[in-house]
Structures are given as C-alpha cells and as structure tokens.
Design a protein around this ligand. Structure first.
Ligand code: ADP
Ligand code: ASP
Ligand code: MG
Length: 417
C-alpha cells in the first residue's frame, strides 16, 4: 500500500493514553506505508458536552453558531494527536476542514460534502508528512461558515478524503474489531463478519448500526473506496497482518467470495417516532399535502403506511426522527390537519425499529414469515412493516427492542458457533 486514510473515533481518543496509542499505531503503519492521512473525531463525550453547553443557552440555538461550537472538539483532538506524533519523532501536520477545503452545502448540522480541494495535502504527503485532519467538519462554498456533517460524520470525512486522494484503503478504527451480525452491546454472542457488501452495510447503517455513518457507506460504494473496520483498542504493536486478519472489509458485491448467508445482520434503533393522522380523505394528492410541508422543513420521513379507505376516509401513518417529532407536529398542526379535513393526530415516540438484512434474501422466500413467526412466539405486536429487496423492517413497542433482536439473531442462526 502506498497511500492510506485512517480514521479514529471518539473512544479511540478518549484519554491521553489512548491518544498515545493512536500515535504509536499510526507510527507503526508509517514504517511501511509512505503516505498516511489520519482523520480524527472529538474525544469521547466531547461533542455531547459542547451540544449541552449550547442548549443550556437556548432551546433553539442558531445553527451556524452551533456548528462552530460542536466542530471544535475535532480541532482539539487533531492538535493533540499531532503533538503526540511529533513527540515520537514523526513529521506531522494538522488541518481543520476549512484549511483543506472540505466544501459542503449550507445545511448546518447535517451538511453534505460537495468537493475536497486537497492540493495542500498532496504537497504534505509528497514531503513525507503524516497529515492529521479534523473529521466531522467542512466549510461552505463561500468559506464563511463552518459546517458539520451530522453525528458520526468523521466516518464520512475519512471515506470522502480516501476517495478524493485515491487512497488504497480507508481504515475505520473504532472500539469494536469490525462489523458484527448485530450490535455486540445488545447481543454479546454476535459474530464478527469478515466481509459485508456495501449494499448490506448501507442498510445496516441506515437502519441503526452506527458503527459507520450512512453517508460514509454511500461514498464508499459510489467511489469504490476499499473500506475496513477494525479495533483501535488492541495493542498498537500487534503486527499489521494480525490487525487486518481481525477486521471487516466492506466489499463490492461482485468481489464477494464468501459463502452467501441468507441474513447477514440485524439492525435496530430507537431514533424514530410515529405519527398517525386518522380520518384522512381517501383522495388524490393527500399524501403530498401531508408530507410536502414535512419535506420543506427538511425532516426525513421513513416508513409510510396508508390503509385501504373505508367510507372515503383512511388512516395515514409515517415515522420521523424522534428528535424532529416536535417540529413535525407543529408543522402538521399549523398547516395540514385542518386543511385536509382531519380532526387530530396521534404521536407515539415509544417505538423502535428492528430490521433483518441480507443480500441472500433476493433469492430466497420465507424470511418475512419466519421473522413474523419469531416475533409472534414472543408475544410482540408489529405496528408497521416495510421491505426492500434485501431487508425487512418492523416497528415495535420500544421496550421489546433487545428481546426482538436477540430472538431473531438466534432464530436466523447468526450466533457465534
Ligand atoms: P466511533 O466513536 O469509533 O465512531 P461508534 O460508537 O460511532 O464508534 O461506533 C461503534 C459502535 O457501534 C460499537 O461500539 C457498537 O456498539 C456499535 N454497533 C452497532 N451496531 C454494530 C454492528 N453491527 N457491528 C459493530 N458495532 C456495532
Ligand atoms: N464527534 C462527532 C460525533 O460525536 C463526529 C464523530 O464522532 O464522528 O458525532
Ligand atoms: Mg462513529
């Protein structure tokens, strides 16, 4: 390998000892790889602390100013890692997003990377310097405001940099040694996958497995970045060979050589809330009238269900991020409910979503019925269902999430053998 991007998450940088470990690990790689870019997150808990500070001043902080505050955690860890690398005798330099021109749109708090103008990095790498870059942050096209890429956004900074620099590989170092069949914090018997396809990883991330931010997976798939997830918590002196043999490679489907499993993983989240509007007229244009104002407010809608109409009326349900529920209700109450002739809306924030994912589902039937049978045997009621070619998701009462994940994990034979 000639050029590598590595990313270290918050837990990997949570103390001075861990920062030293990261510096030692980067140094080890530098002995064999001439060009290394390291992308860092803020130290664990720091982004939350910064958010709390801003929210203690206002319930609705100015979005530009908020980004300026929460982007600062990454600047600290980039600087600290550079100090540690220099202390080990490596030539290292650190940059913020604006300095290496990670240009984003103006959507503060969840900005998208538009382009990276990395001429400066090419020069440093050519000079043999280790380049440390702040994850999570970018700058608007006019260079007037700092933006952030959404929670977990350092993954996206890393994969986007790897794509833009044509790196041989992007190593995402975190507190687990790869992508597991489900969150190992929920199912200790979860199994590490040696490989997972981008497509499956995309579903896993979008359905709640926060090991990789979804946009990083989109970038990786689109620009064919060889992306690997591995642990930063092991001894930094471990040989490179041993590190790589205990990791997960995200593969293009056509490269995949492992035996295809029916189900690769189970994802879950408690990030959504359900809104139901009963008694909606069953006429053309209603879905647009309800969801248009929600989209205009830049609120993502996930599952949508419209029942068959009875007597010209129907019930319309959909889910939104739990953090946006209040805003969605305000929009609907002020602009939609009366206008469409409905009387009221019901909100339920005590829901969770559990999904089974696997490209093997494409060529197999019966996964959905098995999933429903397993849940019904546990007495768990399903509130909503949605499917795609490679996943089935159900919305359940939030208290059943762990039970549902563990029983499905066992029923689909995903446990460690
Ligand atoms: P970092 O701070 O390094 O970015 P994150 O906390 O964002 O780390 O992501 C790592 C965490 O993702 C793990 O500790 C694990 O609990 C969680 N996780 C959720 N689903 C999975 C999965 N399928 N495989 C591995 N980890 C998962
Ligand atoms: N520090 C940011 C967060 O906590 C970005 C990241 O860790 O990837 O979400
Ligand atoms: Mg993360």
């Amino acid at each position: 390998m000639k050029r590598l991007v590595q990313k270290y998450g918050g837990t990997s940088l949570s103390s001075i000892d861990r920062i030293k470990n990261v510096a030692n690990r980067v140094g080890k790689w530098r002995e064999t790889v001439p060009e290394i870019v390291v992308v860092v997150s803020a130290m664990a808990g720091e982004t939350n602390r910064l958010l709390e500070l801003a929210y203690s001043l206002s319930d609705n902080p100015d979005k530009k100013a908020l980004d300026q505050v929460i982007a600062s955690g990454e600047q600290v860890s980039a600087g600290l890692l550079t100090v540690a690398l220099s202390d080990l005798g490596y030539e290292a330099v650190s940059y913020c997003g604006w300095q290496i021109k990670i240009i984003t749109d103006e959507n503060h708090g969840k900005a998208r990377i538009l382009e990276i103008q990395n001429t400066r990095l090419e020069g440093d790498l050519g000079d043999g310097k280790i380049v440390v870059v702040t994850g999570f942050q970018g700058v608007t096209e006019n260079f007037l405001s700092i933006t952030t890429l959404g929670r977990g956004g350092s993954d996206t900074s890393a994969v986007a940099l790897a794509a833009s620099l044509g790196a041989d590989e992007c190593l995402i170092y975190t507190d687990v040694d790869g992508v597991y069949t489900t969150d190992p914090r929920i199912e200790p018997d979860a199994r590490r996958l040696n490989e997972i396809t981008f497509e499956e990883m995309l579903e896993m991330s979008s359905l709640g497995s926060k090991v990789l931010q979804i946009r990083s997976v989109e970038f990786g798939g689109k620009y064919k970045v060889r992306t690997r997830v591995l642990s930063s918590l092991k001894n930094p002196k471990l040989s490179i060979q041993d590190e790589l043999s205990c990791s997960t490679l995200i593969t293009q489907e056509e490269d995949r050589n492992m035996e295809e499993a029916l189900i690769s993983g189970i994802a879950c989240n408690r990030d959504e809330a359900k809104i139901t509007i009963p008694g909606v007229p069953d006429t053309p244009g209603i879905a647009h009238k309800i969801l248009g104002p929600i989209a205009e407010a830049n609120i993502d809608v996930d599952m949508i269900i419209q029942n068959a109409g009875v007597d010209g009326l129907t019930d319309f349900s959909f889910t939104v991020p739990r953090s946006e529920l209040k805003r969605a209700i305000e929009r609907l109450e002020s602009r939609v409910i009366k206008e469409i002739g409905a009387k009221t809306l019901h909100a339920d924030q005590y829901i969770c979503k559990v999904s089974v994912i696997g490209i093997g589902m494409r060529s197999s039937v019966g996964v959905a019925s098995k999933m429903f049978e397993v849940l019904s045997n546990e007495g768990i009621n399903i509130k909503m269902i949605s499917t795609s070619e490679i996943k089935i998701s159900v919305v359940l009462e939030d208290k059943y999430m762990e039970l549902a994940v563990r029983t499905l994990h066992a029923a689909f034979g995903l446990k460690q053998s």
